[in-house]
Design a binder for this molecule. Sequence first.
Ligand code: NDP
Length: 348
Amino acid sequence: MAKILIIGAGGVGNVVTRKCAGGWHGQAVLGRGSDPRCFDEIILASRTKSKCDAIAAALDRPITTAQVDADNVPQMVALIKKHTPDLVLNVALPYQDLPIMDACLETRTDYLDTANYEPIDEAKFEYSWQWAYHDRFKAAGIMALLGSGFDPGVTNVFCAYAQKHYFDEIHTIDIVDCNAGDHGHPFATNFNPEINIREITQKGKYWENGQWKEIDPMSVSMDIDFPEVGVRKGYLLYHEEEESLVKHITGLKRIRFWMTFGDAYINHLQVLQNVGMTSIEPGYKETAAQAVSYTTGVPAMIGAQMMLSGQWKKPGVHNIEQFNPDPFMAALNTHGLGWKIIEGKTLE
Ligand code: NDP
């Protein structure tokens, strides 16, 4: 018997709730029932309760919905005390990570998220703020699993799997993120637009020989031949999983992250920047989510399953590559994110 409290009813919250619930409108989800004890009871809470209710209405089984401002620690504490979940799964925005972790500490409840904390007034993301909770989580006997989405998330587990099964040391890692879809719109972001634009308009950086090297935003690109997709232009960006993988992969000498964008996307972003619309000053808001929500929501559900079933259990604040990758990799296959290993060329 386990109870989960999901915070955030956006694109990712929608997928993770459907996956935990195991089906909607008579349509079974992949991997349904693989461990139903993990999600006996589901509570979905978000800033706008009607969005939770809309998700609940599409499910085959009843769940509880609630309104919460997750920036408000006493509100979060009251919600957790009312429902006494075994795990709080945070798929609100990165700004809410710390208040939700504070509420978990106060109520001694396990925590999981998919994106690291960012202060709202500074476009900067790093794990330091959340790693600072490690000793307090450990002392309280509770666990936080950070970054259980796709990237970070599945990418980290792939690295842990390669380290465990194939290599004594891994010297270089290039994470290549390719969006092969075409939605026909000249400009649309892959997930929450504000978070996405903050990510790509800040300075890029990569890690080499023990040092972080900074580059101007979108100033380094390379044609990358993606299996099953073809050649796409990838841009060197900073991405949060680099920070934890540098700590946890043995022998690492260089790690970089590349993401593809079409020319139309880049041109529109340039225009938005020129007219000041990518500024982090308040004003830009929209909601969008689709395939990226799926590839994030599924690993979030699997991470929750790893914790609730006790397969991954260690008090403290941990990144996802610190756990045995095997059960997670097996679950990816049964939950619609199949993978295979292809021997390819090393990027220069
Ligand atoms: P959305 O904007 O679609 O959804 C965010 C949800 O959080 C909304 O329902 C929003 O409420 C709710 N929310 C925002 N602020 C609060 C608050 N103070 N209290 C309660 N609820 C709040 O974003 P996505 O679903 O696309 O992304 C969700 C998370 O997943 C983000 O942190 C994102 O960075 C992360 N992500 C991770 C990826 C990965 O691979 N690791 C990839 C993609 C996303 P309202 O509806 O009222 O606005």
